[in-house]
Write a protein that binds this ligand. Structure first.
Ligand SMILES: Nc1ncnc2c1ncn2[C@@H]1O[C@H](COP(=O)(O)OP(=O)(O)OP(=O)(O)O)[C@@H](O)[C@H]1O
Ligand SMILES: [Mg+2]
Length: 367
C-alpha cells in the first residue's frame, strides 16, 4: 500500500476528474475538472442552465455522474459518501421547514433527526448557529413569518449544525433584495474567517467578485476558466483616455505604441473605444458609439499616472483619463469571446459580447 502524500495534496478539499452528466442527449456537465483548496471561498459561476446545480448534486451524491469522479476530502464519493457527508453542510434548492414551528424549533427537529440528538451540546450548538446567521432575535418567530433572507439564513444555519468543514451553497442569494444579499455575504465572510471551505454557486458575477477568492466559470456545461479572482480581475484592467480630438488620439496611440516598442510591455494593447466615458458603468465597446477621440489601453490601472506623464511629455493632454479596475463580467466577456465552443456569445441575462473597434494607425483609412 502506498502511503505517500504529495505536498499540499491533503489541502485539496474537492477535486473532480472528468465529471460528466448527460440527460438524454443533453450534456449538462461536460468533462469537468475542479479543484477547491482548504479555506477557499470558491465561486462556481455560470449563466442559468450552465450546469451548476447538476454539479453540486453530483458532488453531494444526489445524482450519479454519467462519467468521471468526484473526490471530497480525498475520498471518492461513489464509494465513501457517508464518510464525506458527515463533514459537509449543504443548501441545495429551497430547504423544507415546518411553517408553524419557530426557526429554533425547526433546527431542533433537524438536530433530533441527526446524530446530534445524542450530543450534549445540542441546544448550545443551535443557539450558536442562530447567532452566526444573525437570527437569534427572531428564533422564536414562526418560520412562515420569516422574510426570504431569513429563510435562506435558517437554511444555512441548518447546514452548519454539525460544524462542517465544507459548506456547499447553491445560489445562496437567489431572489434576495440588496440588504438580504449583503447579510449573506457577511455570513460567508464570517464563515471563511473561521477557516471553513465554502463552495457557492451563483450567476451574479459582481456579487461573487466581492466574496470569493477563487472561481470556476461554467458555460453550457463546459469549464471555461478556473483561477484566482484577483488574477482574473487583473486580466480585465484597462485605462480609458479621451483626447481632445481624433488627431490627438492618433498621436497618443503612436506615442504609446512607440513606448511599447521601446520596452513598456505592460501596455498590452491600444484600441478605440465607445463614448461611454463618465457614465456610471463604463464598458468600453459594449455600448455607445465609437468615439474617435477615445482610446482604451489594456494596461494595469495603476499605470494611469505614468501614461498621463508620457503623453504630457509629447504635449498631449488627456481631456479625461479613467483607470478601470475590471470586473468578473469583463473577464467573462473576454473568456467567452475566445472560447472554442459555439454560441458562446449568446447568453441570456449575461453581458452581450461586443468587439472593440481598432484605432486605424497612420496610413490606414478611417471610415
Ligand atoms: N433532471 C433533469 N432532467 C433533464 N434535464 C435536466 C435535469 N436537471 C437539469 N437538466 C438540464 O441540465 C442543464 C443544466 O441545469 P442546471 O440546473 O444544472 O443549471 P444551473 O447552472 O444550475 O442553472 P440555474 O442558474 O438556472 O440554476 C439545463 O439545461 C437543465 O435543463
Ligand atoms: Mg441551479
Amino acid at each position: 500500500m502506498n502511503n505517500i502524500i504529495l505536498p499540499g495534496e491533503d489541502d485539496t478539499i474537492i477535486s473532480t476528474s472528468r465529471l460528466t452528466k448527460a440527460f438524454g442527449n443533453l450534456v449538462a456537465v461536460n468533462d469537468l475538472n475542479l479543484r477547491v483548496m482548504r479555506g477557499d471561498v470558491f465561486g462556481f459561476l455560470g449563466p442559468n442552465g450552465s450546469g451548476k446545480t447538476t454539479t453540486i448534486r453530483m458532488l453531494l451524491g444526489l445524482i450519479r455522474p454519467t462519467a468521471g469522479h468526484a473526490f471530497i476530502f480525498g475520498m471518492d464519493n461513489q464509494y465513501q459518501l457517508p464518510a464525506i457527508l458527515r463533514r459537509i453542510g449543504a443548501v441545495v434548492e429551497t430547504p423544507v421547514f415546518y411553517p408553524y414551528l419557530s426557526g429554533r424549533d425547526n433546527l431542533r427537529v433537524i438536530a433530533a433527526a441527526s446524530d446530534m440528538a445524542r450530543h450534549p451540546l445540542n441546544d448550545k450548538r443551535i443557539e450558536e448557529v442562530l447567532e452566526l446567521v444573525e437570527l437569534r432575535a427572531y428564533a422564536g418567530l414562526a418560520y412562515h413569518a420569516y422574510s426570504l433572507g431569513m429563510k435562506q439564513r435558517l437554511g444555512i444555519a441548518a447546514a452548519l449544525l454539525t460544524d462542517p468543514e465544507l459548506i456547499l451553497l447553491d445560489e445562496p442569494t437567489n431572489g434576495l433584495d440588496p440588504v438580504g444579499m449583503v447579510e449573506i455575504r457577511r455570513l460567508i465572510a464570517h464563515l471563511a474567517q473561521q477557516g471553513k471551505t465554502i463552495f457557492l454557486s451563483s450567476h451574479i458575477l459582481h456579487e461573487v467578485q466581492q466574496v470569493c477568492n477563487r472561481v470556476a466559470i461554467l458555460h453550457r456545461g463546459n469549464l471555461i476558466k478556473q483561477g484566482d479572482v484577483a488574477d482574473l480581475l487583473r486580466q480585465s484592467e484597462y485605462i480609458l483616455i479621451r483626447m481632445n480630438s481624433a488627431q490627438e488620439a492618433q498621436a497618443a496611440c503612436q506615442v504609446l505604441q512607440e513606448a511599447r516598442e521601446r520596452g513598456a510591455m505592460w501596455i498590452k494593447s491600444i484600441t478605440g473605444a465607445s463614448n461611454g466615458i463618465g457614465k456610471q458603468r463604463i464598458r468600453a465597446g459594449a455600448a455607445g458609439e465609437q468615439d474617435p477621440a477615445m482610446l482604451r489601453i489594456e494596461a494595469p490601472a495603476a499605470r494611469s499616472a505614468e501614461i498621463n506623464a508620457l503623453l504630457a511629455r509629447h504635449d498631449l493632454f488627456a481631456a479625461e483619463l479613467h483607470p478601470y479596475q475590471g470586473s468578473l463580467e469583463e473577464a467573462f466577456l473576454e473568456l467567452t469571446a475566445t472560447a472554442q465552443f459555439p454560441g458562446a456569445s449568446a447568453v441570456s441575462g449575461w453581458p452581450a459580447l461586443a468587439p472593440l473597434g481598432k484605432v486605424p494607425l497612420e496610413g490606414e483609412a478611417r471610415q
